[in-house]
Design a protein around this ligand. Sequence first.
Ligand code: GLP
Length: 261
Amino acid sequence: MEVIIRPDKESACQLACDLIFDAIALDPKIVLGLATGGTMENLYARLSKKINLAGLNLDTVRTFNLDEYIGLSPTHSGSYRSYMEKHFFSQVSIKTQNTFLPRGDALDVEQECLDYEKLIKKAGGIDLQLLGLGQIGHIGFNEPLSSLASRTRAKSLTPETRKQNAQYFGGEANVPKRAITVGVGTILESTRALMLVTGRSKAEILAKSVEGPVTSLISATALQLHPKCMVIVDEAAAAKLVNQEYYRWVFENEPEWERYR
Ligand code: GLP
């Protein structure tokens, strides 16, 4: 794992944007794992702008989102399909048939989860998995005690998670109680992972996720087991990290980061 600390939210999002853009430019057939949440809105705005300015072709890019609320149709304003359409898919020229999210309104949720795993496998697996960090340390909707070997399945959301997402539903009472999420095990199989975390409110949970012991109580700690995971954060989110100096040194000195400094 590498932690990259950028001075502010804007430069953290820009670095994540540049990394994803370069990955697509290098491999036009890339399979991207995509995430939702407030943090990603800034990133998607930058990424769509950069893609359009450069005229980058997305015809052969495929995307798989991490999660979707159970019970919502794709057209529901609170669904992650709607989120993705609004913030990214409608902003760039991408083929809808190449963009995948679990169906929250599937009649057979268990089958939908199995099918989603199969689709990812058929696509050759995720090349680059984008991740946000929930207030309780979840990735996707892998709530506390999610098995570190879990696959795509239904999870009940914690009250904290429903509170965090209340703003998108006009109040906590309207937030769905369950969601389909890609599993921790599925996430760990991605070739590369990129977690983007900004803001002071994430400082404690980020430190636990990155520097604390691996535990299923905080699914983001599983990323410590990922063979190639980049964690891009701003100063505010980095505030509680013990080894900040080392992380800064790595970014300044590793040849891999030269073109992004
Ligand atoms: C939701 C998503 C997560 C995301 C989290 C972060 O819970 N299911 O995948 O990481 O939001 O949200 P925010 O960026 O708004 O803090």
